[in-house]
Structure formats: structure tokens, C-alpha cells
Ligand binder design. Structure first.
Ligand SMILES: [Zn+2]
Length: 174
């Protein structure tokens, strides 16, 4: 049985043309040369582009969980979403919202699931998945949420003392 692996993004055998690549796309060749999302941003790899602004690009995921599953990536190679500049962060979530509203209008899902992980491809990518009750990702997250309550090592984390300790670490001074 195939493993469900969020983040399984690109196939090697894509053959879409690059004819939509704008002539002013960035081509700055750095260590990110091997990054598939940088290649897509630089138009040296194919993609189905959905929407973009100056800082972010939305494309179809080539291994969709549901019809219309998209990824939003920053145009700069930033491994983790919390390393984005404030401007990139604002752009990424603005583009995600614009595309999600379009998904709701055109595909009528129950809602659009959003998450960011990036263990496999360390270039920030936000998953936007039109979600319907009982679809693959819906079942996956339902199972994960049930699992969340069961392992003994997680039970220790929700003890009151442990919760107070970590809250104390994470709270910011105002
Ligand atoms: Zn990259």
C-alpha cells in the first residue's frame, strides 16, 4: 500500500512546456540550483501556475490529495516559513487567501485546509487542499487527531505542571 506522504511534490517525468515563463523571471543561480521550487520560480522546471505576486507563487501540487490541491511558495529560497521576512509572510498568506477564495468559489469544498511542513523539500511551501468530508486528507488528519490523545509520552505534555512550564517559556513580555 502506498504511504501517505504529505510533501511528495514533484515527479521527474513532467513534460509541461515552459512557454508561460515570463522573460523577466529571476535567474540568479546559487546553491538553491537543486531546489525544485527555485527551479519552478526561475522557470527552469515546469509547473501549473495559478497565481503570483512579486514575492510569492501559487502552483498546482503534482501529487494532489484532492482536485485543485495547490502549493504557495515564496520566490526566494527560504527553508522554513518562520524565516520569511514580514513582507514575504504577508505576501504568502495573502496569495493563499486569494487562491483559497477561488477554490471555494469554483470547487465548493467544505473548506480549504492549510498547512506547512517541508521536511522533504526545505523551501517553504504552504499546502492548500480543498477538503471534503471523508477524503484522504480528511481521514488522515482525523486519525492524527485521535492519535494525538493516546501515546503515553504525549500524556506527560498535557499535565498541568508541564503546560505551565512551557507556557512560561513561550509567553512574550508585553
Ligand atoms: Zn528553493
Amino acid at each position: 500500500m502506498a504511504k501517505v506522504e504529505p510533501g511528495n511534490i514533484m515527479n521527474e517525468d513532467q513534460d509541461e512546456s515552459l512557454e508561460d515563463c515570463p522573460s523577466d523571471c529571476p535567474k540568479d543561480g546559487r546553491e538553491e540550483d537543486s531546489c525544485i521550487f527555485c527551479k519552478i520560480v526561475q522557470c527552469s522546471a515546469p509547473s501549473h501556475k495559478i497565481y503570483e505576486d512579486d514575492l510569492s507563487l501559487c502552483i498546482l501540487d503534482v501529487n494532489p490529495f484532492t482536485r485543485g490541491h495547490c502549493l504557495v511558495v515564496p520566490k526566494r529560497h527560504v527553508p522554513w516559513w518562520h524565516e520569511l521576512s514580514d513582507e514575504e509572510n504577508a505576501s504568502l498568506f495573502r496569495v493563499a487567501k486569494i487562491v483559497s477564495e477561488r477554490m471555494m468559489q469554483e470547487l465548493s469544498p467544505d473548506f480549504v485546509c492549510m498547512y506547512a511542513r517541508g521536511r522533504r523539500i526545505a523551501h517553504t511551501h504552504i499546502f492548500l487542499v480543498p477538503t471534503y468530508r471523508g477524503d484522504v486528507l480528511d481521514r488522515f488528519f482525523n486519525a492524527l487527531e485521535l492519535f494525538q490523545e493516546s501515546p503515553p509520552e504525549l500524556a506527560a505534555l498535557r499535565e498541568e505542571k508541564a503546560m505551565e512550564d512551557v507556557a512560561g517559556l513561550l509567553r512574550m513580555e508585553k
